[in-house]
Design a protein around this ligand. Structure first.
Ligand code: NAP
Length: 516
């Protein structure tokens, strides 16, 4: 069994208290323990601010990009071993594990290239300088400067690889040192990845620190030049936002929270159209990939009443082909949920939704999973529901973070589709499937304001469109309202959280030299 260590002040550290156990969610065997007791969290933040920050800020974008490239390469070299770790630590199939791990190395690599493109400078100007008076020499110039604090990253359990490194990539390239903390339940994979980076001696001192589990009182010491980037539930985001470091000290807080993502089928789509098949495929992928534990997964299937019976039949048929079992075994399409707590939450959530809907397939009852000891593992069946009343608030407010989605029917009008979509109060991503130009023009922009990313699938892109649940480094990730109101990634946009924008006024010749 592995005992996870934290990497703080450039040393490995083990707590001395009662450790927390981590389980293989397929077999329920203990695979690791971790303990973060005794960590001097204030010293951790000071180390990043005093040692890591100045070093990173003195490096050019190209040099910071080179660090990211080296990290990506070191992790990629151990890809096969990391996939095995992922399977036992968070219940991900090999395919799901690649999605997470390749997402991490791919995002590091994307930002490494961006660093090369940004070149030898250390800071960026924002727009052109502007003349302010009759004297042409006196100008104002906006400039982005890396914050002289620390980026505190708090991640969710479902993407222990990608979630950690997509945040690190942006912070490092922007010029901020990082203290990162994965969710305790799946911290083993993150630990193995951080160990690879540390052992490869890629990073300068103080640039990266890792807390292998509970963050303890870390946020209490955050200051006004720090950034807290959080991914997790809306409830935890609500708690953390109220920390005095945010409310009094103005530490910058970015939240990526939960989301009831919608997939809206237009009234023009018929059974057998290309778009129809894309719709079915995307829903099934989102429900079953990572056992539905994706913040971007489709939860609300918004479809015209007239086609709903055909849709439910097609989805039930596809879902019946999903083999559920030990993700380490070949042929398994869906693994377990990541923890016993998740299993409890998902079963309760299904029951809550089922009180207002019909269960078309699946449900909350225990299932026999393949390749595991009898009765073991945190498994739940892919579960499709059909709402009694699509406008019922429960379907727009209760996120069941597992392989569960609900068909909500509407009358085919753009107005009703948008009304249902908006009831989710803000999504990370949603998708609209139609070829009907007038209907699209009514539905698209009205629904777009309720989501961070909106995918329009029409006949011409039906075979090339990516599944909406896929997050890309050059596209925005985040969403308004309930989704947390935050933004990550999106190419250069992802660096902005780690910068202050300052307007500097003075002699144009002098500023030109200083801001090179
Ligand atoms: P969670 O329970 O909110 O935990 C998220 C993180 O917050 C974990 O690392 C957790 O650490 C930490 N945390 C909890 N209380 C804390 C505190 N008082 N101080 C500092 N850190 C604290 O969420 P989860 O169960 O891991 O993830 C599932 C949720 O995340 C779902 O609702 C999903 O929609 C959302 N999610 C959103 C996105 C997105 O990009 N928007 C991505 C993935 C997941 P411990 O584990 O050590 O308690």
């Amino acid at each position: 069994m592995i005992s996870l260590k934290s990497f703080i002040t450039d040393q490995w550290y083990s707590g001395q208290d009662k450790p927390t156990q981590l389980f293989n969610p397929a077999t329920e065997t203990v695979i690791a323990v971790t303990d973060t007791s005794g960590i001097d969290t204030k010293a951790v933040l000071d180390h990043a601010r005093n040692i890591g920050g100045p070093t990173l800020r003195s490096m050019s974008f190209a040099e910071r990009g080179a660090l990211l490239k080296a990290m990506s390469r070191a992790l990629y070299a151990e890809r096969e071993r990391l996939i095995d770790v992922s399977c036992i630590c968070n219940g991900a199939t090999r395919k799901d594990s690649k999605f997470d791990i390749d997402g991490a190395t791919g995002t590091l690599s994307y930002y490494a290239k961006l660093g090369t493109e940004l070149g030898d400078g250390t800071i960026l100007t924002d727009g052109e300088s502007e003349r302010l008076t009759a004297n042409a020499r006196f100008v104002g110039q906006h400039v982005f400067l890396p914050r002289p604090g620390v980026a505190i990253h708090i991640n969710a359990f479902n993407f222990p690889a990608w979630g950690t490194f997509e945040k690190i990539a942006c912070a490092f390239l922007a010029g901020m040192p990082v203290v990162t903390k994965p969710a305790t339940a799946t911290a083993l994979l993150t630990y193995e990845m951080i160990k690879i980076i540390v052992d490869a001696e890629i990073l300068p001192a103080g640039v990266l620190q890792f807390i292998a589990g509970s963050a303890r009182d870390l946020l209490d010491y955050a200051d006004g030049q720090d950034v807290i980037a959080f991914t997790g539930s809306a409830d935890t985001a609500h708690t953390l936002r109220q920390n005095a470091s945010v409310t009094l000290n103005s530490a910058r807080f970015n939240a990526e929270a939960d989301s009831l993502n919608a997939a809206i089928l237009g009234p023009d789509v018929e059974v057998g159209d290309d778009i129809w098949y894309t719709y079915i495929k995307n829903i099934v992928t989102d429900m079953t990939q990572k056992a539905g534990q994706k913040c971007t997964a489709i939860r609300r299937i918004i479809a015209p009443e007239a086609i709903a019976d055909d849709l439910q039949a097609a989805l039930v048929e596809e879902l019946s082909r999903i083999t559920v079992g030990n993700p380490a075994h070949d042929g398994i399409r869906m693994g377990p949920l990541a923890s016993a707590a998740q299993l409890r939450d998902v079963r309760d959530g299904i029951d809550e939704l089922a009180a207002h809907s019909s269960i078309l397939t699946g449900g909350s009852a225990p299932i026999a999973a393949e390749g595991v000891p009898d009765g073991k593992g945190y498994f739940v069946a892919p579960t499709l529901l059909r709402a009694n009343d699509g406008a019922d608030d429960i379907f727009h407010s209760k996120e069941v973070f597992g392989p569960c989605a609900t068909i909500l029917t509407y009358d085919g009008s753009a107005a009703q589709a948008v009304m249902l979509m908006a009831k989710g109060k803000g999504c990370l991503v949603s998708s609209v499937y139609s070829n009907h130009k007038k209907w699209i023009s009514e539905a698209l922009l009205q629904s777009a304001v309720w989501t961070g990313r909106l995918q329009l699938v029409s006949a011409k892109v039906a075979d090339s469109a990516l599944p909406p649940g896929m997050v890309l480094p050059n596209q925005l990730h985040g969403g308004p309202g309930r989704a947390g109101g935050g933004e990550e990634l999106g190419g250069m946009r992802g660096l902005h959280h780690y910068w202050n924008r300052t307007c500097i006024q003075g002699d144009t010749a002098l500023l030109g030299k200083l801001l090179k």
